[in-house]
Structure formats: structure tokens, C-alpha cells
Design a protein around this ligand. Structure first.
Ligand SMILES: Cc1cc2nc3c(=O)[nH]c(=O)nc-3n(C[C@H](O)[C@H](O)[C@H](O)COP(=O)(O)O)c2cc1C
Length: 238
């Protein structure tokens, strides 16, 4: 594929087929992404790849945790306080999940959400259906592979920058090979379920996850949110 076609074809896929990703293909994609540039070539990230039984275990574990968290958010202040003290059901990711978006970004965030729900025929006030859709994140949208990216805490935001370049490289490599991806900040809410399966160095912090597999022919995958006009991206001159 030509580069411009790879860029145009990559989009976030939220329904995957059951087709497995072979070890050979997976290694090729990761090796390609590993050629990404990084700050002084420090490559300040670690990657955990979940598939097979490990992924199935996470697919069983995470959705009920999400349900519990949402219940808690709706629950009484007492329940929330209790959860904060006992830590039961609370996020234990390394970075604070974004809940309050900056005012200038919120409209774009809302528009993207509403457009997705509109495509799926989900009404704005149908909290149950929206919950079910969000919950799919924690089932990895049925993908056969999930990738988790951890960044070295010592490089602060610069390791996140490098991890972002790695992530996009991986997504483009996957697209070029006929696979599909969805980057998922949602998968950074909990670290503890990953600790069960991986020896994650303590100084590496969970930044993001990504589902990987083959795109299913489902309505949700028609979702292609538009970008703001280029002028809106450019800092105006004085
Ligand atoms: C760092 C990052 C985190 C994301 N987290 C999620 C997520 O948790 N769940 C989800 O469905 N999509 C997630 N996305 C996908 C974005 O919603 C998507 O990239 C954006 O709407 C643009 O659409 P496109 O990727 O199809 O071009 C994430 C994307 C990025 C880059």
C-alpha cells in the first residue's frame, strides 16, 4: 500500500472478527513499530502482549470491574467514600483517568461520542446502551490480541511522546498488513489485572492499550470522525 493509503485507511475499529493473528505477523508488526524514533534513542517503553488464555482472563476480569466502577459513580457519596478508603472497585492505573475535559476540547469530545451513538442508533439518554457500548472496550471489541504500552517514569511526558510515535507506527504497520486496531486509553484504568500475568518493571507506568486483529463487517466500523479544518490546527500569526 502507498503511505497515503495506509494513513487514509487506518481508523479505529471497534468490532473484530474471530480470526487469530499469527505469531509471525504479530512479531513483524512489533518489529516494524520498534524502528520508531525516540528521545536520544532511549526507547523508553515496554510492551505487554496479551493473547490466548491471558487475554481471555482479562476479557472476563475487566468488564465486571467497569460495571462496578460505573455503579460506584452513580452511587451515594458514602459508597464512594468507602470505596476510596478500601480501594475496592477503584481505578488503580498509573495515570489519573481523564474525566473532566478542558472546556475548549469538550465540544469535540462530545461530538465524537454523539456521532458514534447516532450511527449505532443509541439515544442520548439511553444510559444502559451507552454503558454496554463503553463496556466493549474491556472486551477488547472481541479482538484476538491486546497490546499494553508502559512508559518509563523518569522521562516524564517525553516517554509518552515516544510511546505515541510507537503506537501510531504499530497501527500503521497493522493497517498496511491488512489488520485493524483501536488505541484505547480506557485500558489504562487498571494496572492490577495485568500484574497477574506480566512482570512489569515498577518504574514503567501503564499509558495505553490497543486492540489488534481483523476488522469485522459491522456498522460501528463505518464510524470515521472528521478532523477539524487545517486552519484550526495552526497557531495564528501575530
Ligand atoms: C491515545 C488514544 C486513546 C484512545 N482511547 C480510546 C478508547 O479508550 N476507546 C475507544 O473506543 N477509542 C479510543 N481511541 C480512538 C479515538 O476515539 C479515535 O482515534 C478518534 O475518534 C479518531 O478516530 P479514528 O481513529 O477512527 O481516525 C483512542 C485513541 C487514541 C489515540
Amino acid at each position: 500500500m502507498e503511505f497515503k493509503d495506509v494513513m487514509a485507511r487506518r481508523h479505529s475499529v471497534r468490532a473484530f472478527t474471530d480470526q487469530p493473528v499469527s505469531e509471525k505477523v504479530l512479531n513483524k508488526l512489533l518489529s516494524t513499530a520498534a524502528s520508531a524514533p525516540s528521545w536520544s534513542n532511549t526507547q523508553p517503553y515496554q510492551i505487554a502482549v496479551a493473547k490466548g488464555e491471558v487475554l481471555e482472563d482479562l476479557r472476563q476480569t475487566l468488564p465486571p470491574m467497569f460495571d462496578e466502577l460505573m455503579d460506584l459513580a452513580k452511587g451515594s457519596k458514602f459508597k464512594q467514600l468507602k470505596a476510596m478508603v478500601t480501594k475496592k472497585g477503584m481505578p488503580d492505573g498509573d495515570f489519573k483517568p481523564v474525566t473532566d475535559y478542558p472546556k475548549d476540547l469538550q465540544p469535540r469530545r462530545s461530538a465524537t461520542g454523539y456521532q458514534l451513538y447516532e450511527l449505532l442508533g443509541i439515544q442520548r439518554d439511553d444510559k444502559q446502551a451507552r454503558h454496554q457500548q463503553m463496556r466493549e472496550n474491556f472486551r477488547f471489541f472481541n479482538a484476538p490480541v491486546a497490546v499494553f504500552i508502559f512508559v518509563h517514569e523518569g522521562l516524564d511526558v517525553y516517554s509518552a511522546l515516544d510511546a505515541g510515535i510507537f503506537l501510531q507506527s504499530l497501527m500503521l504497520a497493522a493497517t498496511d498488513a491488512g489488520l485493524a486496531t483501536c488505541a484505547q486509553g480506557a485500558l489504562a484504568i487498571w494496572r492490577s489485572p495485568l500484574e497477574k500475568h506480566f512482570n512489569i518493571p515498577e518504574n514503567y507506568k501503564l499509558l495505553c492499550g490497543m486492540s489488534l486483529g481483523y476488522e469485522a463487517d459491522e456498522t460501528i466500523n463505518q464510524f470515521k470522525p472528521e478532523r477539524q479544518p487545517l486552519e484550526a490546527l495552526l497557531v495564528p500569526k501575530k
